[in-house]
Write a protein that binds this ligand. Structure first.
Ligand code: SME
Length: 159
């Protein structure tokens, strides 16, 4: 059993604690699926107000669903499509306050109102994205983006 002392309320502190817990969880484990699964579980448990948290992996010209928490989701997304596909195509974090206003947004869970997607980059190429969905509009801000980007950097050679 793993127990983490993550009780911070200020976002930078919360993400610092999450990063350190995730570092401890993944440091000695070479299996990518295990590390993505534990990362999704940690994000899901400790970040408030989410309805989906997980990974899509870049495989050829598509994103393919990876380990996640939340409702069963779209399995394959073309690079360039939707919020996840845009993050993968551009290599840029996407912070979307209102998913209904995002051209091409792919509704996997009708409850989703806002979304944060962060590319995981290795050797200059995007190898996966971390996708967080919330039922609240404008749930994610620059502090969330910075926090999840740090997690993506940590995981880049562990998934
Ligand atoms: N909404 C995403 C699709 C993935 S689900 O949210 C899990 C998108 O537009 O890329």
């Amino acid at each position: 059993m793993y127990q983490f002392d993550i009780a911070a309320t200020a976002k930078p502190d919360l993400y610092r604690d999450l990063l350190s817990a995730l570092d401890a969880l993944t440091a000695d484990e070479p299996d990518a699926v295990a590390n993505m699964a534990n990362a999704a579980a940690l994000l899901w448990e400790y970040l408030p107000d989410l309805n989906w948290a997980g990974f899509y992996r870049v495989i050829g010209s598509e994103l393919v669903l990876g380990p996640f928490q939340g409702k069963a989701a779209c399995i394959r997304i073309a690079i360039g499509k939707g919020v996840c596909g845009t993050a993968a195509a551009t290599g840029d974090t996407q912070v979307v306050d209102d998913v209904h206003a995002f051209p091409g947004h792919i509704a996997c869970d009708a409850a989703s109102r806002s979304e944060l997607v962060v590319p995981v980059v290795r050797g200059g190429a995007t190898i996966a994205v971390i996708d967080l969905d919330s039922p609240s509009p404008a749930r994610f801000d620059g502090e969330d983006a910075a926090g999840v980007e740090a997690i993506a950097r940590l995981l880049s050679d562990r998934i």
